[in-house]
Design a protein around this ligand. Structure first.
Ligand SMILES: NC(=O)c1ccc[n+]([C@@H]2O[C@H](COP(=O)([O-])OP(=O)(O)OC[C@H]3O[C@@H](n4cnc5c(N)ncnc54)[C@H](OP(=O)(O)O)[C@@H]3O)[C@@H](O)[C@H]2O)c1
Length: 186
């Protein structure tokens, strides 16, 4: 059975990106390279990933993936992008564009993961939709020493301590990685 894991970097005050979707604050944090290499170990356990369209658009533009499709990082994973719109496709990548309720894509997503875990890339509301549907098992946040006045929220849902258990705490450079297991409601 696949586990569903939200793994992301965040600011100390709970933002994934600033209001313009910029991650410039993230890339300059000391230890970012070490955190990135640890991330390859995490990716090795994943069979599929899910992201929202803002995140996908940002990656496509930032990496110029339409001109350089070989730079799509996640070739070994089946990638699901949730959107109500028609989005540009990265040539040669196994990217499935879907829309609607989590329950409507769940069987296809879990089949695609092939028994390995599922990585929720973000954004926060997308992860909230998985939490609402009872398909969120773990939250791994790497907290950067940064605060932003506003931006895109980490997880705009109310999950209290009866549902979140702190499992591990680890320092990588200037990041604090916290891993929480998530208990379904009800
Ligand atoms: N710090 C990090 O490590 C990190 C990690 C992840 C993301 N990010 C950044 O954080 C920001 C997140 O942006 P965001 O909060 O706007 O979230 P997002 O999840 O990337 O995109 C949200 C959009 O996805 C589509 N969508 C979501 N759920 C859907 C569903 N069930 N069915 C159909 N469409 C659905 C909707 O747009 P449409 O229907 O209009 O397409 C929605 O407006 C991005 O800038 C991203 O680059 C940072």
């Amino acid at each position: 059975m696949s586990r569903v894991i939200y793994n992301t970097a965040t600011t100390l005050n709970g933002f994934l990106a600033d209001d313009e979707n910029s991650l410039s604050w993230l890339f300059v944090v000391p230890g970012a390279e070490q955190a990135e290499s640890d991330f390859s170990g995490f990716l090795a356990g994943m069979g599929a990933l899910v992201m929202g369209s803002t995140t996908y658009d940002w990656i496509v533009q930032h990496e110029d993936l339409l001109g350089h499709p070989e730079k799509w990082f996640y070739r070994d994973l089946v990638s699901f992008v949730l959107s109500s719109r028609i989005l540009p496709e990265v040539p040669g990548a196994d990217i499935r564009f879907r829309k609607g309720e989590v329950d409507a894509i769940w069987d296809e997503l879990s089949d695609a993961a092939g028994g390995r875990d599922i990585w929720l890339v973000g954004g926060g509301d997308l992860v909230g939709q998985f939490a609402d549907a009872g398909h969120l098992d773990e939250i791994r946040v790497s907290i950067a020493p940064v605060t932003l006045g506003s931006g895109k929220p980490l997880l705009p849902r109310r999950l209290e301590s009866d549902r979140l258990t702190l499992e591990t705490v680890r320092q990588t450079g200037q990041f604090a990685e916290l891993v929480y297991s998530v208990r379904s409601s009800g």
